[in-house]
Design a protein. Structure first.
Length: 308
């Protein structure tokens, strides 16, 4: 099992650690460097440009710009992969997005994961001037156009929404033919899109892990999935079975041992289903230092027993 760590303070969703909301730039650099050194697989970042008022109680108004955060993390780390969970494709023009992602891949030395979805916040689409009903079709064109820009010396793309030609495009990504592309979403079109690419991220995860197997079977049944049995990535975000967050600072040795055992049981369950990557279920913390101590404990006491 591979473990991703969410970039602390990227958003201020109610219930997330408030200390991360006010962390200084220096503390953010310190955190991502420690995540890098501890051997976690990726640092993940979510994307919203703005938040409809009715969503504020659930998601909050504060969301950093995902591509900028990825660039910040790239410059502060050496090994860890950079993961957007997820970029909302229809918010972007394929030429601009392909340029930003290729640049991040180059400056990180080929460490970028490209995780994408079609979006759900209707008001964001309206303000950006993108018809909500076209989001799936636009997402498919954007993926095809970016692939063309990344792989062709004289890229030409003609679609329903985007028309690109007569332009040289450099730099290409370090990862060739392109960075891995993981698809977020739970609809049948999203599952078919995932089968055409490198992995699937159920997002939003408004269903249980027990509902994943038939959806994964549907992906595997698609003709485009052939040959991916050993490489296909399945990222499950909410870690199962750990119960309420364990406060790391006040936890006893037996508390931590019990929490470790619950995490390892969750890993076994995820392994049985075919999950290859999840978000690290680190104990709760109240400061930067406590958070880093909790991550060190997880890296030393849990991750080695989880096949990491």
């Amino acid at each position: 099992m591979r473990f991703d760590v969410a970039f602390p303070g990227n958003h201020h969703i109610p219930g997330t650690a408030e200390w991360s909301w006010t962390a200084s730039p220096a503390d953010r650099q310190r955190m991502v460097r420690e995540i890098d050194d501890l051997g976690f697989d990726a640092i993940s970042v979510s994307e919203h440009f703005a938040m409809p008022y009715f969503e504020l109680p659930r998601l909050g108004a504060y969301w950093m710009h995902a591509l900028s955060v990825l660039a910040f993390v790239a410059g502060a780390t050496r090994r860890v992969r950079l993961e957007a969970t997820v970029l909302v494709l229809p918010y972007h023009h394929p030429l601009a997005l392909a340029k930003a992602l290729a640049t991040i891949d180059v400056l990180s030395g080929g460490r970028l994961n490209v995780s994408v979805g079609v979006g759900h916040a209707v008001r964001e689409f309206e303000v950006l001037g993108v018809p909500f009903s076209e989001r799936g079709a636009r997402a498919d064109e954007i993926l095809d156009a970016m692939n063309m820009l990344w792989t062709s010396d004289e890229p030409v793309f003609r679609g329903r929404f985007y028309d690109i030609d007569g332009l040289a495009f450099e730099p290409k990504p370090v990862q060739q033919p392109r960075p891995p592309i993981y698809i977020g979403g739970n609809s049948k079109p999203a599952l078919r899109r995932a089968a055409r690419h490198d992995g699937w991220q159920p997002n939003p995860t408004n269903f249980s892990i027990d509902e994943v197997p038939p959806l994964l079977d549907y992906i595997r049944s698609q003709p485009e999935f052939e040959g991916k049995e050993k490489t296909f990535d399945l990222f499950w975000l909410p870690f199962p079975g750990t119960g309420p967050a364990l406060p790391f600072k006040t936890a006893s040795a037996s508390d931590l041992a019990s929490y470790r055992d619950r995490v390892l049981e969750g890993v076994r369950r995820l392994d049985e289903i075919g999950v290859t990557r999840t978000s690290v279920p680190v104990p709760a913390s109240s400061s930067v230092d406590e958070y880093l101590d909790a991550l060190r404990w997880f890296a030393q006491e849990v991750a080695p027993h989880a096949g990491h």
